[in-house]
Design a protein around this ligand. Structure first.
Ligand code: RUQ
Ligand code: CUA
Length: 655
């Protein structure tokens, strides 16, 4: 057995031990517990201090929590159809899930990142990546809805994503799986030297937030795992970890751990953007969907696009370097000052801290240790600033508190270690329950972290909650980090698997949160703004119902003259102009969805009646004391019948 295999088996066994009913929390009972309870207690009617946006992982969505209470406020559908409000089912939102591979109903979301101005969270948008079918989404922090999704062509396993530069100039995506670029039929065994690892830089329009692919850097075919932007003094650079520099294509757990060192790619994106602006790069093939939700028409559309600008890293001298990092790194993180870049081998106990200044000096001195496919490898010793001798095992991700400290998660030893920037000494360590992946400090990926709380996002839950069968929600833990020592104060379950989260002080965004949509500004093609205009129109076997809702009836609520084989579009406008008064719509036998319509909004579902009869519909949201009365009927006649098309609310039929 190869040594590495033994090592991995050993690590697995260690994890099991850690995960076995270890309930020795340092502060789970007695007086400590009551003070912890006070710290996380948000009294009825009061608000949390922070929003926490947690990636849903294999839910494909993004969930919104409050800190310190750990209460979940909303699940924002992003890459997955969402029954609760009809996202991805309603006619208006289906296009959001279009890709070059067709309509994809379910995705895998990973890393949310909030937009920034001058390196500080600005609360305009939050971005999140889809890992499986590479995409990046932009969510409005006014409506808390997904406004845009752009597919990343030529990429695979969009994991090193979706981090923003310090003025949100770019949101960045990296391919986790090396792939042929352009894609083609070739033997897998020929991978080495032939596959590529494109890193994609997506421009963000500062007014609208709209994303457009500026260029793809066609890097050597390693696996690019995670990334972080430089900031402040290192603004203009982006850092990507890579593993599998062996370019193995099978049994990676062994074969991708052969080299002693893998790389962090340091990319001067400003230089490359300049180069591309001046006509540099080559246009290459790449089909991708670009989906935009128009808040005025309340409708999403897909534009299929073709071709991206590809840049060979060797074309732009001085723009791309590799920094050696102990084997198989995962996270790469940059401290708030932009001076230090943290990388760590996943199987190591040490964190390597690199200095941006030393990196620049090594570049200037051409202090190289050879090259990889023509990309200079900077000398490890020359760029290394310090080492954190953590004593932990399996370091993954680091965040910062803005007070001179770093916090690193250790998956295998299941703990968070706090260390001091500059001296690299370990200041504190606390266990996590169990096997922490990412951690989050609000603003932790910016120049200005809010170092009051830290959340560990744990991969394994085991005995933390009442058992609910084999499938458990993941577990988050809240630590008070305002003092010298971290203090575990709360456990709460998260939805899906939160790979990373992004937190922001509530005051920064809560007052901008939209209360309802202005009916006047509703430019939906099928909107009706009053009951007088409600109607039913037939066009062949297509029937369009222009309907409204208001407490507590639909207009119209009786429809006749629908036939088996028709395609009936219910376009429903909610006439309410008040906060938190949605109405729902459900039609018996509709195969598309139910929908939930916000005040001022229009939404559409399609119903294809299969059988003759008189079929009811109703409101699904308990909207008033007479909610149960909010219902109606559709009479369905035989395909060849001549029942007249007519509709009414109350007494008189219209036709
Ligand atoms: S991952 S546990 Cu970000 Cu998808 Cu590191
Ligand atoms: Cu409208 Cu219930």
């Amino acid at each position: 057995m190869k040594t590495i295999q033994k090592l991995l088996l050993g690590l697995g066994a260690g994890l099991l031990l850690v995960g076995c009913g270890n309930n020795s929390n340092d502060n789970s009972s007695g007086a400590m517990a009551s003070s912890n309870a006070e710290q996380v207690y948000v009294a009825p009617g009061e608000h949390d201090e922070f929003y926490a946006f947690m990636s849903g992982g294999y839910s494909g969505n993004l969930t919104v929590y409050g800190l310190p209470s750990g209460r979940m406020f909303k699940e924002i559908p992003v890459f997955s159809q969402f029954p609760t409000n009809g996202y991805g089912y309603s006619e208006e939102t289906k296009a959001m899930l279009n890709t070059s591979f067709g309509f994809i109903p379910w995705g895998d979301s990973h890393h949310p990142d909030i937009s920034q101005t001058n390196g500080e969270l600005d609360g305009r948008w939050i971005f999140i990546n889809e890992n499986n079918t590479p995409r990046i989404a932009r969510i409005s922090l006014t409506t808390f809805e997904t406004d845009e999704i752009i597919e990343i062509p030529n990429s695979a396993g969009n994991h090193a994503s979706s981090y923003v530069t310090e003025n949100t100039e770019y949101v960045v995506a990296g391919t986790r799986f090396a792939v042929p670029n352009p894609q083609k039929d070739m033997p897998i065994d020929d991978m080495k030297g032939k596959f590529k690892g494109p890193l994609t830089f997506i421009k963000v329009d500062q007014e609208t937030g709209h994303m457009s692919i500026d260029f793809q850097l066609n890097m050597p075919g390693f696996n690019y795992d995670l990334s972080h932007p430089g900031r402040d003094k290192s603004h203009g650079w982006f850092f990507f970890t890579s593993y599998n520099t062996e370019e193995a294509n099978s049994m990676l757990e062994v074969n991708a751990s052969q080299n002693d060192k893998d790389f962090i790619a340091a990319v001067n994106w400003q230089m490359i953007a300049e180069y591309v602006k001046n006509g540099g790069g080559t246009k290459v093939a790449g089909t991708y969907a670009h989906n935009k939700f128009d808040e005025s028409t309340m409708t999403a559309t897909t534009e299929m696009k073709e071709g991206v600008i590809s840049v060979d890293p060797r074309e732009v001298e001085g723009a791309v370097y590799y920094i050696p990092v102990p084997k198989s790194p995962h996270g790469v993180d940059v401290d708030p000052s932009g001076q230090y870049i943290i990388g760590n081998g996943k199987l190591s106990t040490q964190l390597s801290v690199y200095s941006f200044e030393k990196m620049m000096k090594a570049i200037e001195d051409k202090d190289y240790d050879g090259d990889a496919y023509g990309i200079p490898i900077l000398s490890f010793e020359s760029v290394l600033e310090g080492v954190v001798d953590s004593g932990g095992l399996g370091p993954l991700h680091t965040e910062f508190d803005g007070k001179g400290n770093g916090y690193t998660t250790f998956f295998i030893s299941s703990e968070v270690v706090k260390w001091k920037i500059g001296t690299w000494e370990v200041l504190d360590r606390k266990p996590t329950y169990y096997s922490v992946g990412h951690l989050m400090i609000p603003g932790g990926n910016s120049r200005k972290p809010y170092g009051k709380y830290m959340v560990s996002l744990n991969k394994i839950t085991k005995d933390r909650y009442l058992p609910v069968g084999p499938e458990l929600e993941h577990s988050a833990q809240l630590y008070d980090i305002s003092g010298d020592k971290m203090k575990l104060i709360y456990d709460f379950p998260t939805h899906g698997e939160p790979h990373y989260a992004a937190g922001i002080p509530a005051d920064k965004i809560k007052s901008q949160s939209k209360k309802y949509y202005e009916l006047e500004e509703n430019n939906h093609e099928y909107a009706v703004k009053n009951e007088a205009n409600t109607r039913v129109e037939r066009n062949g076997n297509e029937v369009h119902v222009y309907a409204t809702t208001v407490r507590s009836h639909f207009a119209p609520d009786n429809i006749e003259g629908i036939k088996v084989g028709d395609k009936v579009y219910f376009h429903i406008t909610n006439l309410e102009q008040d906060f938190d008064v949605p109405h729902g719509f459900a039609m018996i036998g509709a195969n598309t969805s139910e929908i939930l319509i916000m005040p001022g909004q229009t939404k559409t579902i399609v119903w294809e009646p299969k059988r003759e009869g008189v079929w009811p519909f109703y409101c699904t949201d308990f909207c008033s004391a007479l909610h149960q009365e909010m219902q109606g009927y559709v009479r369905v006649s035989a395909k060849n019948s001549n029942t007249k098309l007519r509709w009414k609310l109350d007494e008189d039929w219209n036709e």
